[in-house]
Design a protein around this ligand. Structure first.
Ligand code: ATP
Length: 134
């Protein structure tokens, strides 16, 4: 089976590097599935899970936005934050989700705070979703 090297990096350093048979992730434009030999492209990423498939196993990494760069033999994900499923602190994500929901339930807030709380909620829910697969 052909493979492609996938590297996920954040401003804090590398999070994941492996040869995989397929990588799927959530771009701003929708779900993307990348196989070895894919044409070069760059796409902005949404908050979501990166699924990395190899030998019948799937690794999951939670990312909160960034960029995907595809070359035929290499996929690089430059993410704002990235955590492997087994590195996610579930209690922390539950607390972050609660805080975001409380903010969203307050009515007298500015648009900016509302958007910020909505993004925090999506990050927390993404982490909780990915953590289920550890
Ligand atoms: P919190 O309010 O809990 O900080 P957040 O969504 O605001 O959540 P980020 O700003 O996205 O946090 O991330 C800050 C740093 O903390 C990043 O390095 C990120 O990987 C890490 N991080 C955030 N939440 C978790 C978590 N639940 N488990 C592990 N690492 C986390």
């Amino acid at each position: 089976m052909k493979t492609v090297n996938v590297s996920i990096v954040t401003p804090d350093g590398p999070v994941y590097n492996s040869e995989v048979e397929m990588v799927s992730t959530k771009a701003m434009s929708g779900e993307l599935g990348i196989l070895p030999g894919h044409v070069p492209m760059v796409a902005p990423l949404a908050i979501g899970a990166v699924r990395l498939q190899k030998d019948g196993n799937t690794d999951l990494v939670a990312v909160s936005g960034g960029f995907l760069e595809v070359r035929p033999d290499k996929v690089t994900i430059l993410a704002q934050t990235a955590e492997k499923a087994n590195e996610i602190d579930i209690d922390r994500a539950i607390e972050a989700k609660k805080r975001a929901e409380e903010r969203l339930n307050q009515h007298n807030q500015s648009h900016v705070d509302f958007k910020r709380a909505e993004l925090a909620l999506r990050r927390a829910m993404n982490r909780l979703n990915v953590a289920q697969f550890k």
